[in-house]
Every structure is written in structure tokens, then in C-alpha cells.
Design a protein around this ligand. Structure first.
Ligand code: ATP
Ligand code: MG
Length: 347
């Protein structure tokens, strides 16, 4: 059977958080373990440099952190090719050819880029590399002929951009590139998990994260200070479950089993929500419940992290081996691309 390829990555701008976990990591691990896919998972250090050029140390340090997070959540190097973007120079050459197929105005209209330019406070001083990172992302995806890209919803405009490049390339030079499809979580709140501050997206750059590596006490503090309904002042007050980050997290993480284990006076989340809406249910009680659920998820991840922190040589070896394998695949695609464009003068 011909396995479908999936490819996805993360920027080494910090450790991975619960947004990554529900938005993308969980899907990757399930897809990896299904045996139906050929997974490529990479650390996008060159993309991270596009808005951190003056701070390469941060990127360098976080490569190992992200790699440890991968291994800790169950990404398995015997089933998935895990690599570092900068170690595959073929990706840069592909990017340069694709750059001619995209206009500057199209990049500036990309909703993800527009939001990120504001978030990062670039104003008029947007680095060229940052504006063009969607093109480099298209190179990452197409180099491995990915069928699927499991990502959070913020990435949708970037996958659209990639599809346009594939379309234009194939129409111009012949059918070489594979058309990828986005692969989103089927749980709506997981597509874009809000921050603990209730803001639109949990994001390393916004400082509103619960990290997979946070210890128990830190998780407790973060959950206890989470944003809820600002009008739910007294326990008796009726509460709002919409725009209430604690309930959004319960939507993402709570199962009926969690109720029977930790809160058996309710059968499921709907019953808990009804009580909160009626009034008579305090925030602390639901926050403690959320904390218990998160602890159940994070405890085994922390244990694996502790192992890999002590075995960094294994981590780097895994990245090096994966990068070697990935480079061979990217190099084959680059050859096809060069042939299609006709820059193979001496063959
Ligand atoms: P940065 O702030 O540096 O951009 P980030 O937290 O947005 O970091 P990325 O490395 O850009 O993380 O994203 C990696 C993957 O995780 C992408 O597929 C992205 O869509 C997904 N992701 C990130 N944050 C969330 C979130 N809050 N909810 C769901 N998915 C998310
Ligand atoms: Mg991001």
C-alpha cells in the first residue's frame, strides 16, 4: 500500500504548549501510530529566525526543547522522520524558485501574516524573510510531497498560499508538485486553543501558555489564575460558559471518564455547564477539575522529558539522522523541480 505523506513543523521559539498539543501534536501521534502515513516532522529554525534574527541563541536553545517535547508526547523516530529545517539547504533553493510565482501584494494580504506583523509590532519595518516565510513553508511542504498538513487553524491561510504556489508551478512548468491538504482537529476548540488570559490564541509569543514542560505547581497556579466570566463574582451568580477559557479548555480536554473519576456528581460536560449557567457553581471547583485533567495528561509527558533532558546526546543524534534522511528526499524533489524549470544545463 502506498502510504500518504504528512508533514508538519514547529518554530523553535519556545517550548511547546497545550495549544500545540490539541491543535497538532495529538493528531500527529495518532496518524503516526495508525501506520497509514509516512510522517515528516520538523523544527522550523529558519522560519523562527525570520522574526528573531538578532536572537539566534533563543532559536538554538529551543531546538532541543522542541525535540524533547516531540519525543515526550510520543513522536517516535522509528516511525517518523524528524529533522531540522536549516540542515536541508535544498529547501532554500526551492524557496527561491517559488518566490517568482508569488506577488508582494499577495503576501501582504495573507491574513496570518497581517495578524503576526501587528502582534510583533513590526509596523513598516517587516523583514523580507518574515514577509516571505509562507513561500519557504510551501517549499517545506512540497519538498516531501506531503498529502496532508496537520496544523492549527491559524495556519489555514498559509496552506492556501502553498496550494496557489503548487497550482502556479504545475501550470507553468508541468505536473511536478503534490497538492497538499490541511488536516485540522475535528474538535472546534482544538483548532485554536485560547490563552490562559482568554485571548484568541495560546501562543509562545503572547506569554499566555501552559507548557507541556510546566511542573505541577506552575500548572496549578496558571489554572487558578485563568480568565473566566468577569461577571461571575459570587458562587450564586449565573455564569457564562462562552468566552470562558476554563470551559473552553474543558471542551478540549474533558472526557466522560474524567467526570466519573474526578467529579462524579455530573455525568458529562453539558451537565456541568448547565449548573454553571444556572448559578451556584464556583470557579475554583471547576478550575480544580481542569487541573486534575491536565495533570493526568502532563504527568507521563513530564516523566519522558526528564529522561531525555538527561540523554541529550540521543536527542541530537535523532535529529541528525532524521535530517540526513529528509535531505535525500528533498534533494530528489529539487532535481525534479530543476528539470521541470530547465535549469539542468549540464545533465
Ligand atoms: P509563535 O508565537 O512563535 O508563532 P506558536 O505558539 O504560534 O509560536 P508555532 O510554532 O507557530 O507556535 O505553531 C506550531 C503549530 O501549532 C502550528 O500548526 C499551529 O497552528 C499550532 N498551534 C499553535 N498554537 C495553537 C493553538 N493555540 N491552538 C491550536 N493550534 C496551535
Ligand atoms: Mg505561530
Amino acid at each position: 500500500m502506498n502510504k500518504k505523506v504528512f508533514l508538519t513543523g514547529d518554530r523553535p521559539t519556545g517550548r511547546l504548549h497545550l495549544g500545540h498539543f490539541v491543535g497538532s501534536l495529538k493528531n500527529r501521534v495518532e496518524m503516526q501510530n495508525s501506520g497509514l502515513y509516512e510522517p515528516y516532522i520538523f523544527i522550523a529554525d529558519m522560519q523562527a529566525l525570520t522574526d528573531n534574527a538578532k536572537n539566534p541563541k533563543k532559536i538554538q536553545d529551543n531546538i532541543k526543547e522542541v525535540a524533547i517535547d516531540y519525543l515526550s508526547v510520543g513522536i517516535d523516530p522509528s516511525k517518523s522522520t524528524i529533522f531540522v529545517q536549516s540542515q536541508i539547504p535544498e529547501l532554500t533553493e526551492l524557496t527561491f524558485y517559488y518566490m517568482n510565482l508569488v506577488t508582494v501584494s499577495r503576501l501582504k494580504r495573507n491574513p496570518t501574516i497581517k495578524t503576526e506583523i501587528i502582534q510583533r509590532g513590526f509596523g513598516e519595518s517587516v523583514p523580507v524573510g518574515f514577509l516571505t516565510y509562507p513561500i519557504s513553508q510551501a517549499a517545506d511542504i512540497t519538498a516531501f510531497k506531503a498529502d496532508f498538513v496537520p496544523v492549527g487553524e491559524d495556519q489555514a491561510p498559509l496552506i492556501e498560499q502553498c496550494k496557489e504556489i503548487v497550482h502556479t508551478f504545475n501550470a507553468t512548468y508541468g505536473d511536478v508538485l503534490k497538492m497538499p491538504e490541511i488536516y485540522l482537529s475535528n474538535n472546534d476548540v482544538c483548532k485554536r486553543l485560547p490563552g490562559t488570559d482568554g485571548k484568541a490564541k495560546m501562543s509562545k509569543s503572547l506569554g499566555n501558555c501552559i507548557y507541556l514542560a510546566d511542573d505541577s505547581e506552575t500548572v496549578y497556579k496558571k489554572v487558578m489564575s485563568m480568565y473566566t466570566d468577569p461577571n461571575h463574582l459570587k458562587v450564586e451568580d449565573p455564569g457564562n460558559v462562552e468566552d470562558n477559557a476554563v470551559f473552553t479548555y474543558l471542551d478540549a480536554f474533558a472526557t466522560d471518564e474524567h467526570f466519573s473519576k474526578y467529579m462524579n456528581e455530573y455525568n458529562n460536560l453539558d451537565e456541568l455547564k448547565e449548573h454553571y449557567k444556572r448559578g451556584g457553581l464556583g470557579d475554583v471547583k471547576i478550575k480544580k477539575f481542569l487541573y486534575q485533567i491536565l495533570e493526568e495528561i502532563l504527568t507521563p509527558i513530564r516523566a519522558k522529558r526528564a529522561y531525555y533532558e538527561e540523554h541529550l546526546d540521543e536527542v541530537y543524534k535523532m535529529l541528525q539522522d532524521g535530517s540526513k534522511r529528509a535531505r535525500m528526499v528533498a534533494s530528489d524533489t529539487l532535481n525534479e523541480v530543476r528539470n521541470a524549470i530547465g535549469v539542468n544545463y549540464f545533465d
